[in-house]
Design a protein around this ligand. Structure first.
Ligand code: PLP
Length: 224
């Protein structure tokens, strides 16, 4: 199997090509390297190869890795998983961005646990209306965004989705972008971020305007 540096270079090349093809500026989508269930040593390899944005899905794992890699000062941690309120305390102090906020109570808890820092958040939208998936329904998104935008200690930055499995997620990515534009207009405030796209579909997400793609398997290998 290819090493982390090599895999990372391949993903970066594909990301750059997708941006160019879409007529978007280089660097206008950030690659978040998802290291969940992978040892910190592998993240260190990615860091050595220039990676700075890392995604984790489990609260304690994020806390532990942030400690283990505390010497890497300029790492930006992204929390991308489902978060229970009682675990907000592990995430709020370290996360540069919390991708998957689905209710205002969680946001309030994040703000309370941020230790005085503003916590940057995205609202997760259940674009495929799948019962097993987290996130708010598209028609509920504006209401939740309104609530979060009014919260002290929270910086609402945009939307995130995990589309249904299927041959093409592109219509769902497009729908999320349109929803983001609409909500931004209604709130009278820019929502710059769109977190969408994973190993199997990040190029389609970039074509539809993703500003953050969350890629694990292609960089660190299959999870067991
Ligand atoms: C695990 C995970 C990813 C990365 O998935 P890969 O298919 O390994 O790229 C992206 N987003 C979320 C929310 C995840 O939980």
């Amino acid at each position: 199997m290819a090493g982390v540096a090599e895999s990372l270079a391949a993903v970066r090349a594909r990301l750059a090509a997708a941006l160019a093809e879409a007529g978007r500026p280089p660097g206008s989508a950030v690659l978040v390297a998802v290291g969940k269930e992978k040892p910190a040593a592998l993240l260190r390899e990615a860091y050595a190869a220039g990676q700075r944005d890392f995604g984790e899905s489990y609260a304690q794992e994020l806390r532990d890795k942030a400690r283990e890699l505390a010497d890497l000062r300029d790492v930006r941690w992204h929390f991308i998983g489902r978060l229970q309120e009682n675990k907000a305390k592990y995430v709020a102090p370290v996360a540069a961005l919390v991708h998957a906020v689905g209710d205002a109570d969680l946001a309030r808890e994040l703000a309370r646990r941020g230790g005085g820092r503003t916590v940057r958040c995205l609202v997760q939208v259940n674009v495929g209306r799948e019962p097993q998936k987290a996130g708010v329904a598209p028609e509920t998104t504006l209401g939740l965004c309104r609530e979060l935008a009014a919260l002290e200690g929270i910086d609402l930055a945009g939307l995130m989705c995990i589309p249904p499995d299927g041959p093409s997620a592109r219509p769902f990515f497009r729908a999320l972008r349109e929803l983001r534009d609409e909500v931004g207009k209604r709130l009278g405030r820019a929502l710059p971020e769109l977190s969408m796209g994973m190993s199997h579909d990040f190029e389609d997400a970039v074509r539809e305007g993703a500003t953050l793609v969350r890629v694990g398997t292609l960089i660190f290998g299959e999870r067991s």
